[in-house]
Design a protein around this ligand. Structure first.
Ligand code: SAM
Ligand code: SF4
Ligand code: SF4
Length: 343
């Protein structure tokens, strides 16, 4: 990893360097998770992006290449459901070739991750994968994804990723009160000793369609206590600056877990991420209402030097720290939906 001095020129207004880029490859998804794309809001009439509104591979690669010059070294592909995009292996292969990009990862719901696909993604250069799973209990999981997708097929996807060498696989579990908190222990119990790293995520007020309320958040502390009471945990050092999960290992050596406490203990001070939506808007915060529209500049003949200038400005003028400022008032502000920005 580059040292922080290498990024001196590209620090935002709060002194944070640019390091991570999250690219949403599509705003579409084959799940309707209650906390992300509730069916009532994302029904048959919902206006998803059309093909020509979505960035092409060449456009994605061009933006990523320029951002690498400004300090980006880690890329995560997300969505919507990124595996709905058939050209994803090509996207990975092309991003892997960009000078300065050291790490490329993917977040997926696993529903389309066959053994063959996992291998083709790994062969293309994918280094790490995160697969989301919110419960071991069948009716709870199907209640969350709201399309009747069964647990065993996600477990099969996790195994496929492990077989393809994408280890350690991370497993994301969003915990929402009244929905799946009873699954914290069964999930911990199942994944202990499997080599997969389970990460519990506090339910966040992303977007405005999921009806978020503070009382629905199960805090990192509650999650920790629940697990620690049955399987004692020991705190572990953060591996990289800006790491969002607090890591713990099981005292009996059965692996580790992470807890992402974006609501109860925000980490804006070290937030080094930029987000690119499928339609080409650059967002400097997960909770922003508006992004910087890049697509028109990518399609109107603007040269690389000018684009680099624009991208640099977007980062230099950034002062976001939404989670640190979260109050009852912020709850009603407009925000981009999670399925568009990609988490
Ligand atoms: N469809 C893929 C998936 O589910 O893994 C990738 C996109 S999804 C938006 C990325 C991550 O955001 C998933 O792990 C999902 O569980 C998480 N997520 C979605 N809505 C959330 C919310 N309101 N609070 C916390 N995490 C959320
Ligand atoms: Fe789709 Fe992922 Fe959102 Fe679930 S969390 S609806 S799988 S984008
Ligand atoms: Fe980063 Fe915005 Fe989240 Fe703070 S609230 S950690 S600035 S994305």
């Amino acid at each position: 990893m580059k040292d922080d001095n290498a990024h001196q020129a590209h620090r935002d207004k709060l002194g944070r360097p640019l390091r991570d880029l999250r690219i949403s490859l599509t705003d579409r998804c084959n799940f309707r998770c209650r906390y992300c794309m509730p069916r009532e809001k994302f029904g048959p009439d919902y206006a998803f992006l059309s093909n020509d509104e979505i960035l092409t591979i060449d456009e994605i690669v061009r933006v990523t290449g320029l951002l690498a010059k400004l300090g980006v070294e880690k890329v995560r592909l997300t969505g919507g459901e990124p595996l709905l995009r058939r050209d994803i292996a090509d996207i990975i292969a092309r991003i892997t070739e960009i000078e300065g990009i050291e790490d490329i990862a993917l977040t997926t719901n696993g529903s389309l991750l066959t053994a063959k696909r996992a291998k083709s993604l790994a062969d293309a250069g994918l280094k790490r994968i995160t697969i989301s799973l919110d419960a071991m209990n069948e009716s709870i999981f199907q209640g969350v994804n709201d399309v009747g997708f069964p647990v065993h097929r996600v477990l099969k996807a996790i195994a496929a990723a492990q077989d393809a060498g994408l280890e350690p696989v991370k497993v994301n579990m969003v915990v929402r009160r009244g929905l799946n908190e009873s699954e914290i222990l069964p999930m911990a119990e199942y994944f202990r000793g499997t080599g997969a790293v389970l990460r519990f995520i506090e339910y966040m007020d992303v977007g405005t369609t999921n009806g978020w309320q503070l009382q629905d958040v199960i805090s990192a502390q509650e999650i920790f206590r629940t697990i620690d009471a049955k399987f004692p945990l020991v705190a572990t050092e953060a591996r990289t600056p800006g790491e969002v999960a607090t890591r713990f290992r099981y005292a009996d050596g059965q692996g580790e877990i992470g807890i992402i406490h974006s609501v109860s203990k925000p980490f804006c001070g070290t937030c080094n991420r930029l987000r690119l939506t499928a339609e080409g808007d650059l967002f400097t915060c997960l909770f922003a209402a508006r992004g910087f529209p890049l697509r028109s500049r990518l399609r109107d003949g603007t040269g690389d030097d000018e684009l680099l200038q624009i991208l640099g400005e977007v980062w230099l003028t950034r002062s976001d720290r939404y989670s640190e400022l979260r109050t009852k008032q912020t709850a009603n502000l407009p925000r981009i939906e999670m399925s568009r920005i990609g988490g």
